[in-house]
Design a protein around this ligand. Structure first.
Ligand code: TRP
Length: 354
């Protein structure tokens, strides 16, 4: 019997999951459950790095993310779900790994820079905030993970994780620096070099109007432009009917624009009826089909995707004791695994005393 390769991914406990999470990563996770030994973490410490004023919210959102995971079809019989702060080994690994990363390297991370700008952190961010990419490397490497399904914004963190894995293997397991990433474990390294698995849509837009320069914002809870995987049909309907499209679509001179138009980005991303989408886009360009008809179609498509998730969520919402137990058991299993890796790390680093 060959062992399945490890897969790990996770989300910060900052709110419910939305369609952007689905196409960016969650859909892949659900579909890869049979092929891989899967671990999913709810990153509450990472959530706290920018929400120290709202600890209760971070706490309560752990359950919301957990419910979303179960709702979308992550199967606790196949996959392990756990809470980040309940694994002490992750904190210890973060400290050890931090020795392998130079300070300038840490600051050369575009996602960190974007976050400092977008969240208006100025220079008031904590050491813990800067450390979170290293802590994320610990999340991943603690399970000797081979595949990490994430959205595009996570690529810089994965690049750092890969560097840490290579350096650890070179410095403490005497692996030659010139070999292929795929050969590290074969050559005696402790950590495989994990690969990124990107979603089919790299950056889903929100349902709101574009920025002044015409570019569309990405879907995000904080921008209030999200459709959640737990929205009921009525909410989906209201959101889609109010969704931004091309304001010039009915002007005789300027017909409908399909490009950069959320209505069509959503149809292209979610509507399985490719023929209808192609034809309707053509008619839209010619001013021969209105927004309302196209929006009604989109409502049907999104309700068909989301309603089974919402129904499964309701079942679990009515049995929170069961959900709590799944999380507890997942966390116990993850702890055992991460603790084992920590022992191997200490051995490799010649720092095992007892
Ligand atoms: N940074 C991820 C996010 O913001 C969450 C996360 C924490 C994560 N640790 C991880 C993702 C490990 C993948 C692997 O969504």
């Amino acid at each position: 019997m060959t062992q399945k390769a490890r897969l790990l991914s996770g989300d910060t406990s900052t709110g419910r999951l939305h369609l952007g999470h689905w196409v960016g990563s969650v859909e892949n996770r659900v579909h890869m459950q049979d092929e891989y030994d899967c671990y999913f973490l709810i990153a509450n410490i990472q959530a706290l790095t920018t929400r120290l004023d709202r600890p209760k919210e971070v706490h309560d959102n752990v359950m919301q993310v957990m419910l979303d995971y179960l709702a979308v079809g992550i199967d606790p019989k196949k996959s392990t779900i756990f809470v980040q702060s309940e694994l002490p080994a992750l904190a210890e690994l973060t400290v050890f790994f931090s020795l392998l990363v130079s300070y300038p390297r840490l600051m050369r991370n575009p996602t960190i820079k974007d976050e400092i700008r977008d969240k208006g952190l100025g220079d008031n961010y904590s050491v813990g905030f800067l450390l979170y990419p290293i802590s994320q490397a610990a999340d991943i490497l603690a399970f000797r993970t081979e595949v990490v399904p994430v959205g595009e914004d996570q690529i810089p963190h994965l690049e750092l994780t890969r560097e840490i894995a290579r350096r650890f293997n070179q410095v403490f397991c005497q692996v030659d620096a010139h070999i292929d990433d795929a050969d590290y474990v074969k050559q005696g390294g402790l950590f495989p070099i994990p690969q990124v698995k990107l979603g089919r849509s790299r950056r889903l837009v929100g349902i709101g109007a574009p920025a002044e320069d015409g570019s569309l914002f990405k879907m995000s809870k904080s921008l209030n432009n999200a459709i959640f995987l737990s929205d009921d049909p009525d909410t989906i309907k209201k959101k889609v009917m109010a969704m931004y499209t091309d304001p010039h679509r009915l002007k005789a001179t300027d017909k409908g624009k399909v490009e950069n138009n959320p209505l069509w980005i959503f149809h292209e991303t979610f509507n399985p009826d490719r023929t209808w989408v192609a034809e309707a886009e053509e008619r839209y360009r010619n001013g021969a089909i209105g927004d309302v008809e196209c929006k009604k179609r989109l409502i049907d498509v999104l309700v068909a995707l989301i309603e089974p998730m919402r129904e499964r969520r309701l079942l679990y919402e009515n049995d929170l004791a069961e959900v709590q137990m799944i999380l507890r058991e997942g966390t116990a299993k993850a702890n055992a695994e991460a603790n084992q890796t920590l022992v191997s790390v200490k051995e490799a680093m010649k720092q095992r005393y007892f």
